[in-house]
Design a protein around this ligand. Structure first.
Ligand code: RM4
Ligand code: MN
Ligand code: MN
Length: 404
């Protein structure tokens, strides 16, 4: 018997003895689907520098290849989220074929309303109607792109906002934003939903037009049932209780999905679970404990100094482990402690799950799906990064800049 098998048997025995449905937990874990972001494989940087990595993908096809490698190793990253125009190609049919041939499907389509010079003062909330028109037309184009690629979601993040008090009228901006998004929502085919992402600050430093979950939720409620809020873990003020936001939005059936990443200070876009794994666990406790299926789970990270494919693999592994721990929570013991008013009894029910080493369980679920028991180790041993560096060249043929 291998060490891994022994570790698994020991864990499964302990869990079964305490009444956990190990087969059910493994089924749920095996069904986890994470969307990895095409833009997380390409170049990214800080406002100070972008460091080009050897083997970095030269186009969207190679970004998809990297996403497929992450799926091959983890068995849980079967969709790739795209960003336009960063991922724009002449023939969408060829892109869709390439994605499907790699065993993936297209996740959410992300519009880009923050890099064009016209968007200096905003996009859908811009004071000039011509700029708003251009922004809405881009969003409508993304609806058509999603249709062609078989995607079922538009993911919208707005850089809109103001830097100085008095720069623009706060109510006027909100009215324009709503008017623009109403037109987009009206054009959505039935199979597509609109995910509305909020962010406290940056690039606007005085007033972001969709600064928090409340502002995003109000917009969604005005638009219709297929508009839901997207929670990015790096988009809150310090100390905000994100799991409580998750519970609340889920109860209202307005939790559209996540952009997973982690931060120490602001929108740091670090590997999910790297700084605050307990918060990640508590978020999954809310997701696993609610009545609804899991929402769309996407990674939104920018890997500036770390190897991008390895960073993505580690992110997916961290998500699998957080979900596995949440599935282990003894819900009956938790509910009993809460009903008795046993303050620490409930807390300890969570800690018991959180402290469990779920790596053998995750390894077994991955292996059953044909993925790697140890994805990061397998990636390093596979020589994928070295092959990519040799085939793609260090910098050849790639323009500098974020995502392109
Ligand atoms: C934003 C936000 C969006 C992402 C861009 C690149 O901060 O997180 O989701 O598309 O960055
Ligand atoms: Mn995001
Ligand atoms: Mn962000």
């Amino acid at each position: 018997m291998t060490d891994a098998a022994r570790d698994y048997d020991h864990l499964a025995e302990r869990l079964s003895a305490s009444g956990r449905d190990v087969a059910g937990i493994e089924r749920a874990l095996g069904a986890l689907v994470i969307e990895t972001p095409s833009w997380g494989y390409g170049d990214s940087g800080t406002r100070f520098a972008t460091f080009q990595q050897p083997g970095r993908p030269r186009d969207v096809f190679e970004r998809v290849d990297d996403a497929a490698e992450v799926h091959r190793l983890t068995g849980a990253a079967g969709a790739v989220a795209l960003h336009f125009p960063w991922d724009a190609v002449d023939g969408l049919g060829a892109l869709r074929e390439h994605i499907e041939a790699r065993g993936l499907r297209v996740g959410a389509v992300n519009a880009n309303l923050f890099q064009d010079a016209d968007y200096k003062l905003g996009s859908v909330a811009h004071p000039d109607a011509a700029v708003r028109r251009k922004a809405v037309d881009h969003l409508l184009e993304c609806v058509a792109i999603a249709g062609a690629l078989g995607s079922t979601a538009q993911s919208l993040w707005l850089a809109d906002g103001t830097n100085y008090p008095g720069q623009d009228d706060l109510r006027g901006r909100r009215a324009r934003l709503l008017e623009s998004l109403r037109e987009v929502y009206a054009a959505l085919p039935a199979e597509q939903e609109l995910l509305v992402e909020y962010k406290l600050f940056e690039p606007a430093f005085y007033a972001t037009d969709l600064a928090d979950w409340g502002a995003a939720l109000l917009v969604c409620q005005k638009l219709g049932d297929r508009a839901r809020v997207l929670v990015d873990l790096g988009h809150h003020a310090q100390g905000v209780n994100v799991e409580q936001i998750v519970a609340l939005l889920d109860e209202e059936d307005r939790l559209g999905g996540f952009h997973f990443n982690n931060r120490k200070y602001a929108d740091d876009d670090l590997i999910v679970g790297s700084v605050n794994p307990f918060e990640l666990f508590l978020i999954f406790c809310e997701l696993a404990g609610g009545a609804r299926p899991l929402p769309r789970l996407t990674i939104d990270q920018a890997h500036n100094v770390e190897a991008k494919v390895e960073a993505m693999v580690l992110s997916v592994v961290n998500l699998q482990e957080a979900y596995a721990k949440a599935l282990l929570v003894d819900r009956a013991a938790l509910a009993e402690a809460q009903a008795r008013g046993d303050v620490l009894g409930g807390h300890e029910a969570l800690l018991d799950a959180y402290r469990t080493d779920v790596r053998p369980l995750c390894a077994k679920v991955r292996a059953e799906r044909g993925a790697a028991e140890d994805p990061v180790g397998a990636l390093r041993a596979s020589g994928y990064a070295e092959r990519a560096a040799a085939e793609r060249g260090a910098t050849a043929g790639v323009a500098g800049g974020w995502g392109r």
